[in-house]
Design a protein around this ligand. Structure first.
Ligand SMILES: NC(=O)c1ccc[n+]([C@@H]2O[C@H](COP(=O)([O-])OP(=O)(O)OC[C@H]3O[C@@H](n4cnc5c(N)ncnc54)[C@H](O)[C@@H]3O)[C@@H](O)[C@H]2O)c1
Length: 323
């Protein structure tokens, strides 16, 4: 297979690239390195089945050539996480919607199947966990910036589904829930890599609010396996599928586990959401996926435990000195 992966120098994208290269497939990536890093894919340089373009996935000319040559397109290029939406709202919204419009229109022109990585943020404030793909959602108002991330990703989802309905394009949508592992940076607010870095540096682990909000953390290696299986499933076309872990943990307990696994003396410090995200910030208390659809469609469920995931993140930060 000849895969095109936008956002391929990012955290998830680089693991997906490596997975297909190791399987003997060809992979081209397009990444503008806005949040990704060349170091993530530098080890693949020189492999005959790997090509990389440092460019904007909204570039119609470059993408036209690459999509024409591809058998399947994974569209991961996007701003990621709520912190970017809060600090750079215009760029962050643009970076979600424009590349998607470009990529999906070209996929329709050349009849190439395309998979979008959407997010658990699209479930909004619902506390009706576990979240099923077709449940109703409640989002916050536009004066609360964080919801721009969920809304922009939902616009992406609608755009893929619109093409599916109107042009019969084979589209795949997956909603990822807190994916973590080696190569993930804490620079854009992701809790686990930030906690691991702080623990390794002996600095306080900063937990927002009372820390009793819960999340579910999944290993990037499990997710990459799920993405590959999804792309090979005819039944998954035209519907959203959750991928993540359903092992729930409070952020406070996560911080405690990280301190223990890193054998650290770091204290845990509770800070106001406002001091991190600015005024008027909304957060959800729970975020748990229903994995029923993923099990049924692609016989997938996560394999790694949270402790294994924390150990992998720790060992990678120690080995690369990126903490
Ligand atoms: N990691 C998670 O927990 C998580 C959760 C939900 C959804 N997702 C989705 O998964 C995908 C990958 O996320 P990630 O965690 O690997 O983050 P990441 O920031 O490491 O990856 C995104 C990549 O896209 C690139 N990019 C951004 N805008 C671009 C543009 N206009 N043109 C070309 N490249 C561009 C960035 O440089 C980066 O390499 C994203 O679509 C994200 O929304 C991730």
């Amino acid at each position: 297979m000849n895969y095109l992966i936008t956002g391929g120098a990012g955290f998830v994208g680089s693991h997906l690239t490596e997975y297909f290269l190791n399987r003997g497939d060809s992979v081209s990536i397009v990444d503008d390195l806005s949040t990704g890093a060349w170091a993530n894919v530098a080890p693949f340089e020189g492999r005959p089945n790997f090509r990389a373009y440092v460019a904007d996935a909204a570039d119609p000319v470059l993408l036209e050539g690459l999509i024409r040559e591809a058998d399947f397109v994974f569209h991961l290029a996007s701003s990621v996480g709520v912190q970017l939406i809060v600090s750079q709202p215009v760029d962050a919204i643009r970076r979600i919607i424009r590349p998607t419009e470009n990529v999906v229109d070209l996929c329709a022109k050349y009849r190439r199947p395309v998979l979008l990585t959407s997010t658990s943020e699209t479930y909004g404030k619902s506390d009706d966990a576990p979240f099923r793909e077709e449940m109703d959602v409640v989002l916050g108002p536009s004066c609360k910036n964080r919801w721009a991330y969920a809304v922009a990703k939902l616009v992406d989802e609608f755009y893929l589904l619109a093409h599916h309905r109107q042009t019969s394009l084979p589209v795949y949508i997956t909603r990822l829930f807190n994916v973590v592992g080696p190569r993930q940076t804490g620079a854009y607010g992701m809790a686990l890599p930030r906690f691991v870095s702080a623990a390794l540096r002996g600095e306080p682990l900063k937990v927002c609010g009372d820390g009793l909000q819960t999340r579910c953390f999944s290993s990037v290696f499990d997710i990459v396996e799920g993405l590959a299986r999804l792309s090979e499933s005819k039944e998954a076309v035209g519907q959203a599928v959750n991928l993540g872990s359903d092992e729930e943990i409070s952020i406070r307990e996560l911080a405690e586990r990280v301190v223990k696994i890193c054998d650290s003396k770091s204290p845990i410090e509770f800070v106001d959401y406002e001091s991190v995200y600015g005024p008027n910030f909304d957060d959800m208390r729970r975020r748990v996926p229903s994995l029923e659809r993923a099990r049924k469609l692609i016989d997938w469920s996560p394999k790694r435990t949270l402790d294994e995931i924390i150990v992998e993140a720790r060992d990678w930060q120690l080995a690369t000195g990126r903490f």
